[in-house]
Design a protein around this ligand. Structure first.
Ligand code: VAH
Length: 314
């Protein structure tokens, strides 16, 4: 069977790199990039693109009708910080976008669906260190609430309709290719740009804020490995805990100084994203992903810092 893949939210931080990676695996013409915004040059010129708003069910239906996708990746969402500025849109996009895709995947018998969750599903009363797959989850951002509810819906559609939907709770993702999408962890991307451009960065998260992070290359590889895994191995149909490396702004700055010795880090006060970060875990236990589909990150802090600086210097 020829795989036909549709990626919704293809212009985002994850989508940009996932489309490129999927086109390398399945062929450029077999991966349809879809977004509400015009794509950047290399996505548009390396395969099919469609303007799609995931809240418009008719448009979505025409995409399923036209391409009969064997796999659908739904990446369109408002992230934690932007979601707090527009709570109702965040709930509508993150929740109804997902329900539209789940329903159409049933109608068109899509073989596999991928939908990203986040460590934002954990909240102030979740264990902070080595947060387990199953524990108290009391998210207090609209983004986290929508991701927790979305996980429940994914598991429900799997159990009730046998839909092969798979999901990963991404940590903060660090990449150099596409701009970050309005998240709380975006400081860990901006810091590299400012370190190279200005030699200094003002962090909106304080020095001691430890958060789970991951290099985008690891996240993309892990996502494709999960989607390629034999269905019989997959026991988690809500979303898999997923871990790369945890660090604070201070630890990241010290790593950057190994390459840019004069780099200085300062801190802004009272940024609303500090409260969001304080509600999240410091580190994640991803033993289910390790045990069930042999997950193994390749980028530690040293390696991701080298790769970010090398590529941003170009
Ligand atoms: C955000 N980058 O900050 C996203 C992610 C764990 C954080 O979900 O909202």
């Amino acid at each position: 069977m020829v795989e036909k893949i549709v990626v919704l939210g293809s212009n985002g931080q994850i989508g940009t790199e996932l489309v490129t990676a999927l086109r390398k695996v399945y062929g450029e013409l077999n991966v349809v990039a879809c977004d509400i915004r015009r794509p950047d040059y290399d996505i548009k010129n390396s395969g099919p693109f469609e303007f799609v708003n995931v809240l418009e069910k008719d448009t979505l239906n025409s995409i399923f009708q036209k391409y009969k996708p064997t796999q659908v990746y739904l990446l369109a969402a408002l992230l934690s910080a932007t979601g707090e500025q527009n709570p109702k849109l965040a709930w509508d996009l993150n929740m109804n976008g997902l329900l539209n895709i789940l329903d159409l995947a049933i109608t068109y018998q899509t073989a596999k669906v991928y939908w990203p969750s986040s460590i934002a599903v954990f909240g102030p009363n979740s264990p902070k260190d080595n947060t387990p797959q199953y524990c108290v989850m009391d998210p207090n951002t609209v983004y986290g609430i929508s991701k927790l509810a979305g996980e429940r819906w994914c598991e429900y559609y799997h159990q009730k309709y046998n839909l092969d939907v798979r999901s990963i709770r991404y940590p903060g993702l660090i990449s150099w290719k596409a701009a970050p999408g309005g998240g709380t962890t975006d400081y860990a991307i901006h810091i590299f740009h400012d370190a190279l451009k200005k030699g200094t960065y003002a962090s909106f998260l304080n020095a001691a804020t430890e958060l789970p992070m991951m290099y985008m290359d690891d996240a993309i590889r892990g996502t494709i490995e999960l989607m390629d895994a034999d269905a019989s191995k997959i026991t988690i149909r809500s979303s898999y805990n997923f871990a790369g490396v945890s660090f604070t702004p201070e630890i990241l700055a010290a790593e950057i100084r190994k390459h840019i010795p004069e780099f200085t880090l300062t801190y802004t006060e009272n940024d609303p994203r500090q409260n969001i970060a304080d509600s999240w875990p410091r580190s994640i236990d991803d033993s289910f992903a390790i045990d069930e589909w042999a997950w193994k990150p390749e980028y530690d802090l040293s390696k991701l810092t080298i790769d970010m600086i090398k590529n941003l210097k170009k």
